[in-house]
Design a protein around this ligand. Structure first.
Ligand SMILES: Cc1cc2nc3c(=O)[nH]c(=O)nc-3n(C[C@H](O)[C@H](O)[C@H](O)COP(=O)(O)OP(=O)(O)OC[C@H]3O[C@@H](n4cnc5c(N)ncnc54)[C@H](O)[C@@H]3O)c2cc1C
Length: 289
């Protein structure tokens, strides 16, 4: 199908884009890589009157180490994140996850900020950002504010970003020495959206799980930090008893959606399989470090 009629403006500055957002409100949409927006227009799932193209705004680009955080500009393409030595060195979780995001053609255009702004429940980058305790910087004509990833993802495609705000950048704490990350997902074919997935970041000291963040995606309406499963493993060695307690606790943490990919029960089962594999791998990586 063809997209419905819309007007198009190429923003000349962030302030210009924000002024247009103020003027047009919910009738306007930011156009970043267009890899999600354009299909929804073509399928007539969305009918914005105006697209505000931010692709030429240098202020939203780039990836750089800033103190103990990595700044990923909203317009950084997935391919740039994939190839970034800064990400490879400081954010191994994101480096491990990025090859799972779609296919080369989509990664060449799609942006980190577009993924976080859209908050697709099956997207990899929101889950990784949450697992690493990222902060998202959003800007409106009134100024900037920071939103912790922990309070950013509200529901299905719903975030704490207001309609008059642009996502400017993500600030992600570097993964400290002594910590390990594991990213796993299950998809029918490599590059498809996941049916179940887990971003795991942990500190494991002499076989004992000192700290962990387990973020599940694709099964839930939003990336979900499994607080009860985390409590079940924290301070414990990874043995049969700890594993059983964590897998049991997951039933309280997760509320999987039944959809085309499978039933809620099947997704809970898949997430349990991923949990076992991810923590096995995290323990092995910590031992090898
Ligand atoms: C075939 C296919 C397969 C895909 N597979 C995957 C996958 O496996 N995993 C995955 O994570 N993604 C997948 N995607 C989606 C892809 O990663 C998109 O790039 C991403 O979801 C959106 O990024 P974008 O830059 O293209 O955003 P756009 O499509 O331009 O925008 C998406 C939404 O976010 C808003 N937006 C974008 N940037 C900003 C900003 N800076 N501030 C405020 N609002 C903004 C837009 O207004 C729009 O509502 C797939 C897409 C396709 C077409």
């Amino acid at each position: 199908m063809k997209a419905p009629k819309f007007s198009y403006v190429r923003a000349e500055s962030v302030d210009h884009a924000l002024a247009l957002l103020d003027q047009h409100g919910d009738e306007a949409r930011i156009l970043a890589g267009g890899q999600s927006l354009m299909p929804t227009l073509n399928m007539r799932l969305s009918r914005p009157q105006l697209l505000i193209d931010i692709n030429r705004l240098d202020a939203l680009k780039g990836i750089a180490l800033q103190g103990d955080r990595v700044r990923i500009g909203a317009l950084a393409r997935h391919v740039e994140v994939l190839n970034s030595p800064v990400v490879a060195k400081n954010l191994p979780l994101i480096a491990e996850a990025m090859p799972h995001v779609a296919h080369v053609a989509v990664r060449n255009r799609g942006t980190f900020g577009g993924s976080v702004a859209l908050a697709d429940p099956a997207a990899e980058m929101p889950a990784c950002a949450l697992a690493l305790g990222a902060t998202f910087v959003v800007q409106s004509s009134k100024g900037r504010r920071e939103i912790a990833a922990d309070s950013y993802f509200k529901g299905l495609y719903e975030t704490a970003r207001a309609v008059n705000e642009i996502l400017v950048e993500a600030l992600i704490p570097v993964e400290k020495p002594g910590t390990v990350s594991v990213f796993l997902e299950l998809a029918r074919r490599h590059g498809d959206f996941a049916m179940a997935g887990l971003a795991c970041h942990a500190r494991i000291d002499k076989g004992v799980i000192a700290e962990a963040r387990l973020v599940y995606f694709a099964s839930e309406v939003r990336p979900t930090l499994a607080t009860r499963a985390i409590a079940a493993i924290k301070g414990k060695p990874w043995n049969d008893a700890t594993r059983d307690a964590a897998l049991a606790a997951l039933a309280d943490d997760l509320d999987p959606m039944t959809n085309l990919h499978g039933s809620a029960a099947m997704k809970l089962h898949l997430q349990r399989v991923l949990t076992r594999r991810a923590i096995d791998q995290a323990v092995a990586r910590a031992r090898a470090a």
